[in-house]
Design a protein around this ligand. Structure first.
Ligand SMILES: CCCCCCCCCCCCCCCC(=O)SCCNC(=O)CCNC(=O)[C@H](O)C(C)(C)COP(=O)(O)OP(=O)(O)OC[C@H]1O[C@@H](n2cnc3c(N)ncnc32)[C@H](O)[C@@H]1OP(=O)(O)O
Ligand SMILES: Cc1cc2nc3c(=O)[nH]c(=O)nc-3n(C[C@H](O)[C@H](O)[C@H](O)COP(=O)(O)OP(=O)(O)OC[C@H]3O[C@@H](n4cnc5c(N)ncnc54)[C@H](O)[C@@H]3O)c2cc1C
Length: 676
């Protein structure tokens, strides 16, 4: 029997420890899901989609994924994604990217699949950078999946420094074609997802050369394989780059060109062009060709927030059923979730998951505004959003990695087993520290913006500062943290402003002492990245406060206020040394922050399970149980962990036979030999 109590679905037969948690929570998890996902409709659609998927057996994993070889993983992920495509129009709104993302994560999990990049990195640059005529030619075919594509930018020798990409696209005046060429091994494209074995088209980023002049990186539509035979076209070398830390259900690849010709019309030319006579038509912004990267980065906060949320769902549920050790009552061991250290490990990470998701929705909206403006020729918002998303991408991916690793450790030994699924989530999430711009490199991009802003403020032009950095010109007025969130924001503003100013002044001093600009920049780089992190963390805090302020439902607002207070105190404590250093924060205030933090942990404790239940990840999504087949088992909604861990172990291929060849071939002879 299922009893619904504040939408927490307390089912007969669930582990009573989890049932107890669900009963004591103070809020409705469906209402919380509406806040997390943006509306009642969006949250409900997710539940409907999860329910529909669970009823389609062919969308289930046919075997536990960790027991599969790489080839089997790719076969399985391809089977599932093609089966899913058949069902998609019935299951989701095909124009809704969030629904598509959600259903893919249900069916595919974190292992990746050969079509993942087609939708997220092949079609979007075609939309952003392609002209109407080019949309006519390729977009429909791509959307119908008549062709499969990827985004090939990074090379063996260069990823971060796009200006130095070595693949060339030389315009031939005589044939009106571009000749794509890979002049060295280093210039091989390397890493693009789905390139190795699956794609037959690629958006290739190559340096445009016209009459021996290099115009920098540009995007070209390139067919790389025959549409019938799927063999590489003559002049193309392409293959898989081998197993990776994660994403092993996908075929990241390499690609080389030997004077491979494509028509002039294959330069994606919505914003720039090469005329028949070789005249180059400039885009409205120097970095227009990088716009696609801003798009992907703008989506990363929400994505990473949900990655961390999945690991935390597993760890918090498990911590509520895992009993070990004693507190007051010596007749029953306690749930490990009752230990303050366990709470300190998990609850701040829950708060960050919420914060990243809220912040993510704001950045996605900002990107959509930018996209609309760009379509009408206005590129003035690009610099701000590039700076903002560079910082957010870096801070969020790093902290997500930290949070997932804490979730793993919080599960003790079982966290280390692939039965927890946490290692797969971790491998996928921390890829984000590298892809879409290595974190340090991106923090330094934001630092350029901060330094310029400080310089404006120093020159007495605070009016010229954008709203995101206006605080750099605010006066320093001491704050009383007891007064609430605004005081925390002011404290954080002071810290962030001071670090930006200190780093800028150091940079100026270095140059004044005769060090060149680039060298001075490098000598200040650590300080500069610190300024970027602080600025970004401040921004995330502000978005959290804005979101909580906007909530009307009182029970939801109360629990989210607890979570927000935990976040404010945890973040401020983490950076307190910056404010203690100049006496802006007193040691009494430091003690206050710590006490607030500990009391927030206590307040959140009764709601912890429901806070993670509210993300409403299905057991399938967490690879925790599926139909009658047993997969990773630690995050199960019903909390029946131990018997399923035993079933999981029994299903290991190693246990399908009692005596392994490793024993008969090597161990047995060794032992026999030792007896002689
Ligand atoms: C739930 C289960 C699902 C699981 C399922 C898994 C899901 C998870 C999928 C994974 C999928 C992975 C997909 C990865 C896909 C790739 O990784 S694709 C490759 C991405 N590559 C990168 O990001 C490369 C990073 N590098 C860069 O972006 C550029 O080289 C840099 C760092 C921005 C520097 O560029 P540059 O041309 O050298 O420019 P630079 O001289 O530094 O700056 C000049 C000016 O341009 C400005 N500028 C630079 N860039 C921009 C820009 N974009 N816009 C505006 N201005 C800009 C600068 O701010 C600067 O301005 P000023 O300060 O002068 O005013
Ligand atoms: C899972 C995954 C999927 C990917 N998918 C794609 C894809 O679909 N398409 C694609 O084109 N690419 C893809 N990539 C490649 C990815 O975008 C690049 O690896 C990334 O941009 C980093 O570049 P890099 O490898 O050249 O790192 P490097 O720049 O070589 O980084 C190495 C070290 O050097 C440091 N460093 C480099 N430059 C500077 C600097 N200026 N200042 C300070 N420090 C610096 C970095 O901080 C880092 O510590 C993918 C990568 C991964 C891991």
């Amino acid at each position: 029997m299922t009893m619904v109590f504040l939408n927490k679905e307390i089912r007969d037969g669930d582990n009573p420890d989890l049932t107890e948690e669900r009963k004591t929570a103070t809020f409705d998890t469906n209402k919380m899901a509406e806040v997390i996902y943006g509306s009642e409709k969006l949250a409900r659609r997710r539940r409907e989609i999860s329910q529909a998927v669970s009823l389609i057996p062919e969308l289930a994993d046919s075997k536990p994924l960790p027991f599969l070889s790489r080839n089997e993983k790719i076969l399985e992920s391809t089977r599932k994604v093609t089966a899913l495509n058949e069902h998609l129009p019935r299951l989701i709104n095909m124009n809704d990217e969030d629904e598509a993302w959600h259903i893919h994560s249900e069916v595919i999990g974190f292992e990746g699949n050969p079509l993942a990049l087609h939708h997220s990195l092949f079609i979007p640059p075609l939309v952003i950078q392609g002209s109407d005529e080019q949309h006519e030619k390729w977009l429909g075919r791509a959307k119908r999946r008549e062709i499969i594509g990827c985004y090939a930018q990074t090379e063996l020798g260069h990823g971060s420094n796009i200006r130095k990409l070595e693949t060339t696209a030389t315009y031939s005046l005589s044939t009106q074609e571009f000749i794509l060429h890979t002049p060295t091994i280093n210039a091989l494209k390397w890493w693009p997802g789905a390139l190795g074995k699956s794609s037959n088209h690629a958006v290739v980023v190559a340096s445009l050369i016209i009459k021996e002049q290099n115009y920098g990186p540009h995007l070209f539509m390139v067919q790389i394989r025959d549409e019938q035979s799927h063999e590489p076209l003559p002049g193309i070398a392409v293959g898989d780059i081998g197993p990776k830390m994660a994403f092993n259900g996908a075929d990241n690849g390499f690609l080389g060109f030997n004077n491979f010709r494509i028509p002039r019309g294959n330069l994606l030319n919505r914003h720039c062009n090469v005329e028949v006579d070789g005249t180059y038509v400039r885009p409205p912004h120097d970095k227009m060709n990088y716009a696609g990267m801003i798009r992907v980065r703008s989506r990363m906060a929400a994505e990473q927030g949900t990655f961390m949320a999945q690991a935390l769902t597993i760890a918090v549920r498990y911590s509520a059923v895992r009993r070990q050790g004693f507190l007051e009552n010596k007749s029953q061991e306690v749930k490990v979730l009752d230990y303050q250290t366990q709470q300190h490990r998990l609850f701040p990470a829950i708060a960050r998951s919420y914060a990243f998701i809220f912040c993510g929705f704001e950045t996605i909206q900002k990107y959509e505004t930018l996209q609309n403006e760009m379509n009408s020729g206005n590129v003035s918002l690009m610099a701000d959003l590039h700076a903002l998303t560079s910082g957010i991408k870096s801070v969020v991916t790093y902290q997500t990695g930290e949070g997932i690793e804490q979730a793993r450790m919080a599960c003790g030994g079982h966290g280390y087993s692939m039965a927890s699924y946490i290692s797969e989530i971790y491998g996928c999430a921390i890829g984000g520290c590298t892809y879409e711009g290595e974190n340090m490199v991106m923090l330094l991009q934001l630092a350029r913006y901060l330094v310029k802003s400080v310089e404006l403020a120093m020159r007495g032009k605070p009016g010229d500062l954008g709203p995101m950095v206006a605080y750099l010109a605010y006066p320093d007025i001491k704050v009383d943290l007891v007064t609430g969130p605004e005081a925390y924001v002011k404290m954080f503003q002071h810290i962030s402003k001071r670090q930006s100013i200190k780093a800028t002044e150091k940079f100026h001093r270095k140059m004044e002492s005769g060090v060149s600009r680039d060298e001075a920049w490098n000598q200040c780089a650590v300080e500069l990245t610190r300024a970027s992190r602080l600025h970004t963390r401040l921004y995330i805090i502000e978005t959290f406060i804005r979101r909580v302020d906007s909530i009307e439902d009182l029970s939801i607002k109360m629990v989210l206020t607890d979570l927000m207070n935990l976040h404010l105190n945890y973040e401020l404590l983490d950076v307190a040394s910056y404010a203690l250093e100049d006496g802006f924060m007193s040691s009494t205030q430091m003690g206050f922050i710590k006490n607030q933090l500990y009391s927030s942990l206590e307040k959140i404790r009764p709601n912890a399970v429901s806070l993670v239940d509210s993300f409403q990840f299905s057991d399938l999504q967490l690879r925790s149980n599926l139909l009658n087949f047993l997969f990773q088992v630690l995050g199960r909604r019903d909390g029946h962990v131990y018997q399923n861990l035993f079933e999981w172990a029994k299903s290991s291929p190693l246990n399908q036979t009692e005596v392994l060849p490793s024993v008969t071939q090597y161990l047995k002879p060794m032992m026999e030999k030792a007896k002689l």
